[in-house]
Design a protein around this ligand. Structure first.
Ligand code: ADP
Ligand code: MG
Length: 247
């Protein structure tokens, strides 16, 4: 039996009078691929920001790998094994693919091996390993700005993987890429989850992708979690039918 890696308990967040997250509670099992769906403004991104503590909850708790991480700095949360994929806008576009991952890895190693600086050759092997996981090893000397959008997404994922996450959070990983590339990216994400026993949470609008790649789907509406279930269960949900599947 797998354990819940993440537990969210009665989370609330107000922005002034706006109740953006309404008493949300759920659990995610280790190794699970969870999709979060809901219309624009439903509170999906806010919920992810609360889980990673980029936004402070008005009330409620986040438990990760058995520890209460509510209020822990985003930096410490990364070191506990939870990484939210950086947006592409965070890439160092004038640096190479290799250098982008190297920076992330140096930051990680600094905190892990602060007394013993990591040997250059070891670092190089590490960086190459992360790049090969996403299929970018052959492009490691290319400047990030000149990559295709899909490859920038891959680089984004390689940087996140360089943080050695147990839980990886992706906000619309397939947004803006062609359908075929979106499927390739999602296959890569699923494969990483399976091979590395990584848990994934992804926000996604494309229902084909959601129904094909999620183990469990959670539906947010007006800040409230209105349903969670397998793709088969969620397909039967009345709200999902009306909002997404044309009644
Ligand atoms: P989603 O990601 O589902 O589209 P968001 O989580 O971005 O939704 O937003 C949920 C609601 O909270 C929206 O009404 C949005 O305008 C509001 N909101 C999000 N962030 C802030 C903020 N920093 N200040 C004020 N309102 C915000
Ligand atoms: Mg959003």
């Amino acid at each position: 039996m797998s354990e819940p890696i993440l537990k969210v308990e009665n989370l609330n967040r107000y922005f002034g009078a706006l109740h953006a997250t309404r008493n949300v509670s759920f659990e995610i099992m280790e190794g699970e691929v969870r999709a979060i769906i809901g219309p624009n403004g439903a509170g999906k991104s806010t919920l992810m920001d609360l889980i990673t503590n980029r936004t402070v909850p008005s009330s409620g708790k986040v438990l990760f790998r058995g520890d209460d991480i509510t209020g822990l700095s985003p930096d410490k949360i990364v070191h506990k094994g939870m990484t939210k994929c950086f947006q592409i806008s965070k890439l160092f576009t004038s640096l190479t693919v290799y250098e982008n991952v190297q920076i992330a890895r140096i930051e990680m190693n600094k905190k892990t091996f602060s007394l013993f600086p990591v040997h250059d050759r070891y670092l190089k092997e590490e960086v190459k390993r992360y790049l090969s996981l996403v299929g970018l090893e052959s492009k490691m000397n290319e400047v990030a700005a000149y990559l295709s959008y899909g490859d920038q997404r891959r680089l984004d994922i390689a940087i996140a993987l360089a943080m050695d996450p147990k839980l990886l959070i992706l906000d619309e990983p397939a947004a803006g890429v062609a359908r075929e590339e979106a499927y390739t990216l999602m296959q890569l994400i699923r494969k990483l989850a399976e091979e590395r026993n990584m848990t994934i949470i992804f926000i996604e609008h494309d229902m084909d992708i959601v129904f094909n790649y999620a183990d469990v789907i959670s539906v947010l509406r007006d800040g409230e979690l209105i349903a969670s279930g397998t793709p088969e269960e969620i397909k039967e949900n009345q709200y999902v039918q009306e909002a997404y599947l044309g009644g």
